[in-house]
Design a protein around this ligand. Structure first.
Ligand code: SF4
Length: 397
């Protein structure tokens, strides 16, 4: 690799297809539009070419997510990776993650994914309890989830599992059972997210109409505590509030989001953060296809590319990061990380002193066992982790 290519960049590829929609999901993903897959794949190849960068960037992480990338023909994933290699400088130890749903896993596919360059799997198990899985409209059951994990384990040595706590019908006991069974399988990484009831989802309708209830804040907090203790006792490091790794196998790609490093999102609805600009491509797959199937052209610089997308109204969001926004984001993200707020970094970056700025709030949080100071860092306590977003918001109010 050319030594002048000195800025590492992450690439996120969004595949907006799912076999069926889970009740809680508010991601930009659709079922029943498989007729678009062919045009979509050609559009995404074009978009990758569009982003060919002639500036000092190299790729060190690729995350193919969605949606359900494991649901579409693996040959499309192969072509996506070929296009990326043709158009970008890639570091030789690039992390290449594929999001996989258990029902899609076969040994043949797993071998193929490995052969085309995938080296990390993120398996969406969510729960091992069949009753809970049925209620949220997942397509696998607990047995299939564990079987799929075993298959992936034969092929890959970096596997992450996604779990959700606070699900309808989930109890502390059933969650504990899921978590213990997953730990026994020895994954390299576990993400445990608290269920969010998002507007516009089927789950939201079910909750509003009292058809279904989900865990209240107290139960969710207890489940988080169960997660924290059990994973810690089993040798997992809690490097981000919802993420645990063993043997330092953190998600390098997600760390880019959490440490505000540059990344480009490719595909409908995907977000980018680069050169102090945040933007996202429009969400509807049809609009995406209409644009990228035909309209891309060769544009030299990154700034010109972003401007071109803006002019052609294919961006839903475009903003230039203000210092105030950046500080809020830094506080929110770093409070979620193991190392917390680094006061030296804060001073270098924002030319002001974190302690001078927030002295009273810091004192209150320390008094209430929300925050602790370790050398030059401020970290959330175990109790404080339950209030990470409120704490960050409160700092910049
Ligand atoms: S499989 Fe994932 S992306 Fe697809 S609907 Fe379910 S939660 Fe959403």
């Amino acid at each position: 690799m050319d030594s002048k290519l000195n800025t590492a960049l992450g690439l996120y590829i969004h595949i907006p297809f799912c076999h069926t929609k889970c009740t809680y999901c508010d991601f930009n993903t659709y079922s029943g539009i498989e007729n678009l897959i062919n045009d979509f794949s050609n559009s995404i190849y074009n978009e990758i070419e569009f982003w060919k960068i002639n500036e000092n960037y190299f790729i060190d992480s690729i995350f193919i997510g969605g949606g359900t990338p494991s649901y579409i023909d693996p040959e499309i994933i192969k072509n996506i990776l070929i296009k990326i290699k043709k158009n970008f400088e890639i570091s030789k130890d690039t992390e290449v993650t594929l999001e996989i749903n258990p029902e899609d896993v076969t040994l043949e596919k797993a071998n193929y994914w490995k052969e085309i360059g995938i080296n990390r799997c993120s398996l969406g198990i969510q729960s091992l309890q069949d009753e809970e899985l049925i209620l949220i409209n997942r397509r696998h059951n607990g047995e299939k989830a564990l079987f799929s994990f075993e298959i992936l384990k034969k092929v890959f040595n970096n596997i992450s599992i996604d779990l959700i706590y606070g699900l309808p019908k989930q109890t502390k006991e059933s969650y504990l059972n899921t978590l213990e069974n997953i730990i026994n399988k020895k994954p390299d990484h576990i993400s445990c997210y608290s269920l969010q009831v998002e507007k516009g989802t089927v789950l939201n309708q079910q909750v509003v109409s009292s058809q279904i209830s989900v865990a209240n804040d107290d139960l969710s907090a207890e489940m988080y505590e169960i997660t924290y203790r059990l994973l810690k006792d089993n040798g997992f490091a809690n490097y981000e509030i919802s993420n645990w790794s063993k043997n330092n196998k953190k998600s390098l790609h997600n760390l880019k989001y959490w440490t505000m490093k540059p990344y480009i999102g490719i595909g409908p609805g995907s977000h980018s953060y680069i050169k102090n600009k945040r933007f996202s491509i429009s969400k509807p797959p049809k609009k995406y296809i209409d644009f990228f199937l035909n309209k891309t052209k060769n544009i030299c610089t990154l700034d010109e590319k972003i401007e071109y997308l803006k002019e052609n109204k294919i961006l839903d969001v475009f903003e230039i990061q203000t210092q105030e926004n950046e500080i809020l984001e830094y506080l929110m993200l770093s409070l979620r990380l193991k190392n917390g707020i680094d006061t030296d970094h804060f001073k270098n970056k924002y030319k002001s002193d974190f302690e001078d700025l927030y002295l009273k709030k810091i004192k209150d949080y320390i008094k209430n066992d929300i925050l602790i100071k370790k050398n030059t860092h401020y970290l959330l306590t175990e109790k404080g982790k339950l209030f990470a977003n409120e704490v960050a918001n409160n700092f910049v109010k």
